[in-house]
Write a protein that binds this ligand. Sequence first.
Ligand code: NAD
Ligand code: IPM
Ligand code: MN
Length: 356
Amino acid sequence: MGARSYQVAVIPGDGIGQEVIPQALRVLEWLAARDGFQLACTAFPYSCRYYLEHGHMLPEQAFSELRGYRAILLGAIGDPRLLPDHLSLRGLLVPLRQRFDLYVNLRPVKALRGLPGPLKGDPPFDMVFVRENSEGEYAGMGGRIHQGGPHEVAVQTSLFSRHGVERVLRYAFELASRRSGRLASATKSNAMQHAFVFWDEVAEELCPAYPGVELRRYHADALAAALVQDPLRFDVVVASNLLGDVLTDLAGALMGSLGIPASANLNPQGGAPPLFEPVHGSAPDIAGLGVANPLAAFWSASLLLDHLGESRAAADLLAAVEALVASGRVLTPDLGGQASTSQVTDALLAQLEVGA
Ligand code: NAD
Ligand code: IPM
Ligand code: MN
């Protein structure tokens, strides 16, 4: 393979993942042709449909196979025909994050010009969430006994290790020092006196190493309220796995729709392929209608290109998304428009043609 030839594993997954990922691939192919790089994309069928046929989300050897790729692009997982939901999510997405040790889940959240969001005055917020992605509340340890009986017990243990907490906090400190120097850390240390007090302590211990960063600790509930009432206060926000999950759906909604925000699951030390995906899920309520917003998938593709070092293509793609939204012409119904998923892609490609 040539220097600018990249092998990418593509897992469209379920529901609208099957609709938005092919559109993202159209855009990626267009950019590759324009900029003279090659994307060798291999599609994998792992999904709930695959589970219903094979009894598992993916075969064990898929983990080693996927490891060989430069990056993974994922749509979404989840199908109401396969319940409870954790069978699929803890069968594919969470294991990929944990086994590949993709401990940073990076989620940029930015107000898009011209898009009326739910916030008064449409404040021009621009922040990045750093969500711990390998342990915490998602450690997966626990169990149930006496199932179905009157004495049933369920235990789910969170796990916060110094290694895990320190590395994600360091990543957030470093990111903040490259941006505005403002870092907000979300915990619930007022109620959870072990794990979150520990998290707060590690965060304070790191401060002297990053003199250019001002750390502000928040209780996650108050941070949620401040995100709505004063979003301009925030730049880099770091949070545990579960708190980061909840806060980023809220932050995504502040952008105007869950159809917009994207995420990069990373191990900054390398050693495993990063995984790029929309923040949203498989949206069974609109799946099959052809109206899913592909912008989160495009944004994910832009994060992927940036990771590959194709920074011009990455920046132009993001700029085209922003220009398309600003023009307000071709938008899906979640953003108040009437366009279909593929019409948005056509408009995006036209935008790229003329230069964003
Ligand atoms: P969801 O994000 O799929 O949908 C929430 C709401 O947002 C729905 O009303 C949906 O129509 C809307 N929405 C989401 N993406 C959209 C888009 N691109 N365009 C327009 N509207 C969009 O969350 P949910 O309903 O809680 O979950 C549905 C399924 O997806 C579940 O099985 C869940 O576990 C799974 N899920 C998977 C991922 C993932 O694979 N990364 C993420 C979140 C949820
Ligand atoms: C996300 C999703 C997943 C998460 C689910 C589907 C397991 O909500 O990527 O935000 O909670 O991490
Ligand atoms: Mn989520």
